[in-house]
Design a protein around this ligand. Structure first.
Ligand code: C5P
Length: 301
């Protein structure tokens, strides 16, 4: 903690290099097998000691983010206080760069950042494992935002195994100001698959081998998202964005998680610049960013 009683945590966005969705479980969640990768696109969570619990926002992606107690970052702070019995409050300031409701786990990142920041601020002294348990209670993607890097996720996405990877991959992220609701996308997938027999989801060898070999061409071919048809069904313009990315020479292009953000894998930073210009010129997307992965998980800065 700084002398001013303030802690700042940087926390990454995620994409799913592969997302296989199985059947609905008794708790309403879907069984998943996924490969997460954290990207160099970050939110910052600044936590300051306070009597109560409050939240402020800054950045290009704040429309639609609640500032009341339903905000996932505030819920994370309260959960930590409750479980540790700490009688303290916090003011959270979120500097948001990650698209909201975009399929990149921005809300989950803020929750992970709030957990880590409040743990430091209140000197709660929780281990990474203890933080991970609280993270999983808050949402399926929150544990990965803490861990970062590249990891296989199973269960509802919260059970993680770090994956071996080599090198750095270059991505172009294309986001729109039209959020998609994650539950609505899962419901649409269920509707599209009505009557189909679902096998237990598992990740393919292709993605893992491409990651180990630092081979972007192979990774581009192996990218897969079971939620993509459902996201495109709810937001048909996404098909055009995917086509522009592929026509622009992307090694692979997919909807990120439940969408509507589209991510395109490119060869290098020069290719990223070319494709970013093409996607911006298409007029189909509002925010285009060039990023790399994997990136570290939540860190105090
Ligand atoms: O866990 P999280 O709060 O991020 O999930 C948001 C919603 O996404 C869930 O309420 C559920 O509708 C859907 N979901 C799902 N199966 C998963 C993860 C999320 O059905 N494995």
């Amino acid at each position: 903690m700084g002398s001013s009683g303030e802690v700042c945590v940087r926390v990454p966005a995620k994409i799913n290099l592969e997302l296989r969705v199985g059947a609905t479980r008794p708790d309403g969640f879907h069984e998943l097998a996924t490969v997460f990768q954290a990207l160099s696109l970050h939110d910052e969570v600044v936590a300051t000691l306070d009597d109560g619990f409050g939240l402020t926002l800054e950045g290009p992606h704040t429309a639609g983010v609640p500032t009341g107690p339903e905000n996932l970052a505030l819920r994370a702070a309260r959960l930590l206080a409750e479980r540790t019995g700490i009688d303290a409050g916090v003011r959270l300031h979120l500097r948001k760069q990650i698209p909201v409701a975009g399929g990149m786990a921005g809300g989950s990142a803020d929750a992970a950042g709030a957990l880590l920041a409040c743990d430091q601020l209140w000197q709660a002294g929780l281990s990474r494992d203890e933080l991970r348990v609280l993270a999983a209670e808050l949402g399926s993607d929150v544990p990965f935002a803490l861990l970062g890097g590249t990891a296989i996720g199973t269960g509802r996405g919260e059970q993680l195994t770090a994956a071996l990877t080599r090198g750095e991959f270059h991505w172009v992220v294309a986001a729109v100001d039209r959020p998609l609701s994650t539950p609505a996308v899962y419901r649409e997938l269920d509707r599209l698959r009505t009557g189909r027999v679902l096998v237990e989801p598992r990740v393919s060898d292709a993605v893992m081998q491409a990651l180990l070999a630092a081979d972007p061409v192979a990774l581009g071919e192996a990218l897969h998202n079971d939620l993509e048809p459902a996201a495109c069904s709810l937001d048909p313009a996404l098909e055009r964005t995917l086509a522009v990315a592929r026509d622009g020479g992307a090694l692979g292009a997919i909807v990120s998680g439940s969408g509507p953000t589209v991510v395109a894998l490119v060869r290098d930073s020069e290719h990223a610049l070319d494709l970013a210009v093409t996607l911006t010129a298409s007029g189909l997307v509002e925010h285009v960013r060039r990023v790399t992965g994997p990136a570290a998980g939540a860190r105090v800065v």
